[in-house]
Design a protein around this ligand. Structure first.
Ligand code: SAH
Length: 227
């Protein structure tokens, strides 16, 4: 199978590039790293931050490199109580928290022609759960909310959490979900918590991002062994 492994920042895919010898292909102002693992071909890339970059990169991985499933690995800010820095969660569905045409009577996160919540792939989620069980690790399911904003305010955090019942906030997962949904490609989204999305979250992010990114990527490597 051809498997896309996508992160947003270099640190989120570095554990993969350390693990594998890859062929590097430059395309569309980005680099794609190709390697073989077991019976699979891996297409590895980081999109750069935000929904537009991640949409572009996911589309290229599927349309040009023919990825059949897409696994996203990275870090996120915690919204729900109980989620701590270093914890790992996976998305049951994704939503764009900054999509707002409420002026026309629509709910937050809605545009005509798309669902508000885009579901991730149930089979891939089950494989992740099985992998976690085998490793004796706890991974938490939840809704992940994406927007083109770094969330570092209690007020904004509470709003996203209560409006969408979301567990974590980040900046790429929902746009990639939409691409996979439209192109009928199985989507798995995993994030390790780097900060708590509250005031001064940027300081925790700077301190914990590399460690959390590594945790998520290392888990994903184990998960791929079970695919
Ligand atoms: N330090 C970077 C910017 C990081 S933006 C720079 O200066 O270039 C935050 C990244 O981590 C995004 O890719 C996003 O998906 C994720 N993320 C982690 N915590 C987040 C939060 N509290 N709010 C939004 N995104 C967050």
């Amino acid at each position: 199978m051809k498997i896309a492994i996508l992160g947003a920042m270099p640190e989120e895919i570095e554990p993969f590039l350390d693990e594998f010898e890859c062929e590097k292909i430059d395309y569309a102002n980005n680099s794609f790293y190709i390697t073989n693992f077991k019976n699979h071909e891996l297409i590895i890339a980081y999109s750069k931050i935000g929904k537009v970059n991640s949409t572009l990169t996911a589309t290229i991985m599927i349309e040009k490199f023919k990825a059949q499933i897409l696994l996203f690995t990275g870090v996120a800010g915690a919204l729900k109580e109980g989620l701590k820095i270093g914890d790992i969660l996976y998305a049951t569905s994704v939503v764009q928290h900054d999509l707002d045409i409420t002026a026309f009577g629509h709910p937050y996160g809605f545009v005509p022609g798309s669902p508000i919540f885009v579901e991730t792939d149930k089979k891939l989620n089950e494989i992740a759960l099985k992998t976690a069980k085998n490793l004796g690790l706890n991974i938490t399911p939840g809704i992940i909310a994406s927007g083109d904003q770094f969330i570092n305010s209690n007020e904004k955090k509470e709003w996203i959490k209560t409006t969408f019942n979301a567990s974590a906030a980040e900046m790429e997962g929902a746009s990639v979900g939409q691409v996979c949904h439209a192109l009928n490609v199985g989507y798995f989204l995993m994030r390790s918590i780097s900060d708590e999305a509250c005031e001064s979250a940027e300081f925790d992010f700077d301190d914990f991002m590399v460690e959390s990114a590594k945790k998520s990527a290392e888990f994903m490597l184990k998960m791929i062994e079970n695919l």
